[in-house]
Write a protein that binds this ligand. Structure first.
Ligand code: IN0
Length: 416
């Protein structure tokens, strides 16, 4: 906490958000009267940290279904991700995971010891028990998406995870993330919270996933390279280097940054769709659930843009204070459109005029600004409000805020 506040010291609205976050009750939800549900949510909290809270804030009708969907996909992903598993072992699991989720008692212990979510699969019977208790309509949606995703993953695992063209890149991201959007939209419409149109607009649901996944793939360059996974499409990196590994060489720094801005621009193309999708979502808990990962993605893109660190450091992340601030602020389409506008401007400001994508990125940023201004006119006032919050701090208020936090944390620890 102290280091998070220190990192946000020049962003007073983040300091405030961090304090509020820290002082909020930790155990908002109590599952102690239902042991199997307690285990289920234990696994959710183990796998996704901050996102677990967002899932738990969903309305009761959808909460378990989406929690289980999330854990099923996380399980599938843990099999896909594990480069210590031989292909002949991996492929059948990927292709039949949609049947496995109906098998009471099934667990999986073949993951390598370093796999992050290994324990989820070791105790996967917990997820299956909960899945079997879901309404059949939700079971069908989860199983259908799991089937299509598993087949897509098997296809790319066989190809030795080599993404050649930009069309392949879009297809791979469709399998691992776009389909998640389709499944969630089906659930939102099936439960009656949202209009049938949400499930119908598969193009927009797909873009929701693609924007998140492309941001992750761009950020994880070094980590994936270490594990010999190449998700950046050759059609892009091939314009700047002989091989993916060559991009990290110091003598190729300029080319590497150009390649990076190509990747950033490619991801930014989905932002208009994301706003259009979010504009359809009327249930407040569904809205937050959908909007939070998207605003985190644009904040991440801003951090990545023109940042050579992605070729030298693994695990670069946005500040905790920024995350908490974003989570707090994205409560309406106007606020989200305003956040997109603010970050698009910052991305544009980070561009290098000598970069070949300077103009393209400028146009993409301008489009966000235009779309938001005309379709979400309330976002203009939100931009002003958010900026006022961000800029409100003189060093005096920053220090006062920090002192208040320190005092509050001390008091809380004393009386907790
Ligand atoms: C998600 C998505 C997600 C949430 C809401 C709406 C969506 C619509 C379309 C596609 C995906 C949507 O959000 C999570 C966010 C997440 O897990 N954040 C992690 C960050 C991290 O680094 O792991 C956290 O700890 O906070 C997401 O990234 N994915 C996901 C998976 C399942 C479901 Cl049900 C929803 C993963 C992915 C690959 C991007 C789809």
């Amino acid at each position: 906490m102290a280091s998070a506040i220190l990192a946000s010291l020049f962003h007073p609205s983040e300091v405030l958000a961090l304090v509020q976050y820290k002082l909020a009750p930790k155990t908002k939800y109590d599952y102690s009267n239902d042991k199997s549900r307690e285990r289920l949510y234990h696994h959710l909290n183990m796998t996704s940290r901050s996102f677990a809270a967002v899932i738990q804030d969903l309305d009761e009708e959808l909460k378990d279904a989406i929690c289980i969907f999330y854990l099923v996909l996380r399980g599938l992903d843990t099999i896909e991700d594990d480069m210590t598993l031989d292909l002949d072992i991996k492929l059948p699991y990927l292709k039949t995971f949609n049947e496995i989720i109906y098998k009471k008692g099934w667990t999986f212990t073949k993951n390598g010891p370093n796999e992050k979510d290994r324990q989820l699969l070791v105790e996967f019977d917990v997820v299956i028990d909960a899945f079997l208790k879901l309404k059949p309509a939700y079971q069908t949606i989860i199983a259908d998406i799991t089937k299509r995703m598993g087949d897509g993953m098997a296809h790319y695992a066989t190809a030795g995870i080599c993404v050649n063209t930009i069309a392949d890149y879009d297809e791979y991201c469709h399998y691992v993330a776009g389909l998640v959007g389709l499944g969630l939209s089906d659930m939102f419409s099936a439960c009656g919270f949202e209009s049938p149109m949400v499930a119908k607009r598969k193009d927009l649901s797909n873009s929701m996933g693609l924007f998140l996944q492309k941001t992750n793939i761009t950020r994880d360059y070094l980590e994936d390279l270490r594990d010999k996974r190449f998700f950046w499409p050759k059609e892009i990196w091939g314009q700047y280097a002989e091989s993916m590994e060559d991009l990290v060489k110091p003598e190729n720094k300029e080319k590497a940054l150009q390649c990076l801005s190509h990747m950033v621009h490619n991801a930014m193309k989905h932002m208009k769709d994301v706003l259009e999708y979010l504009n359809m979502i009327k249930n407040p808990s569904c809205f937050k659930f959908c909007a939070i990962p998207q605003v985190m993605a644009i904040a991440t893109l801003k951090m990545l843009h023109n940042n050579y660190m992605i070729f030298t450091h693994e695990n670069i992340k946005i500040r905790k204070g920024e995350t908490v601030w974003l989570m707090k602020e994205c409560t309406s389409i106007d606020a989200v459109a305003a956040i997109f506008r603010i970050y698009a401007r910052e991305i544009n400001n980070k561009s290098n005029p000598l970069d070949p994508h300077f103009i393209d990125i400028g146009i993409a940023c301008g489009e966000i600004e235009q779309v938001a201004e005309s379709l979400y006119p309330g976002s203009t006032a939100e931009v002003a409000r958010l900026k006022a919050g961000v800029l409100a701090g003189t060093s005096g208020t920053v220090l006062t805020a920090a002192a208040v936090v320190a005092g509050a944390v001390v008091l809380k620890n004393k009386y907790a």
